[in-house]
Design a protein around this ligand. Sequence first.
Ligand code: CO
Length: 158
Amino acid sequence: MATRKIVELGNETLRKKSKPVVSFDSSLASLLDDMKTTMVEKNGMGIAAVQVGVLRRAVIVETEPGEYLEIVNPTILKTKGKVKKSEGCLSVPGFYTDVERPKYVKIEAFDRNGQKFEFEGEDYVARCICHEIDHLDGVLFVDLTDEGKSYKTKKGVN
Ligand code: CO
């Protein structure tokens, strides 16, 4: 397991759409292991593969302290409610803004072995899952609020 370099706001890779994982092989396993090591080292609550420069649909979310859920090729099945709370991102260090997200989300996804599963999350877990899935489509939390848009303008980045 190794720490990988985090891709930061301003790098065009973050704006690309990630492709589905097709091989549930040892390279996926090392990618997920490295993503977890990187996220834990940086004190993140979630991470997407694109944040370490790999354009594949894989994310990890800390669902409880020390519990990490690996989510590959996710689909959102259902959302409920709306909550606006402070959010940050490993790719945008030092910036936080209140983002509206569903209070509840239900997803379908695959684990590292290609087994399909469903998962339901609420509150910060739902927030984190939605934030990470956005990364897979090149969307960043700074795109979703006026404060975030001003931050990008100030930094001169897209
Ligand atoms: Co993020």
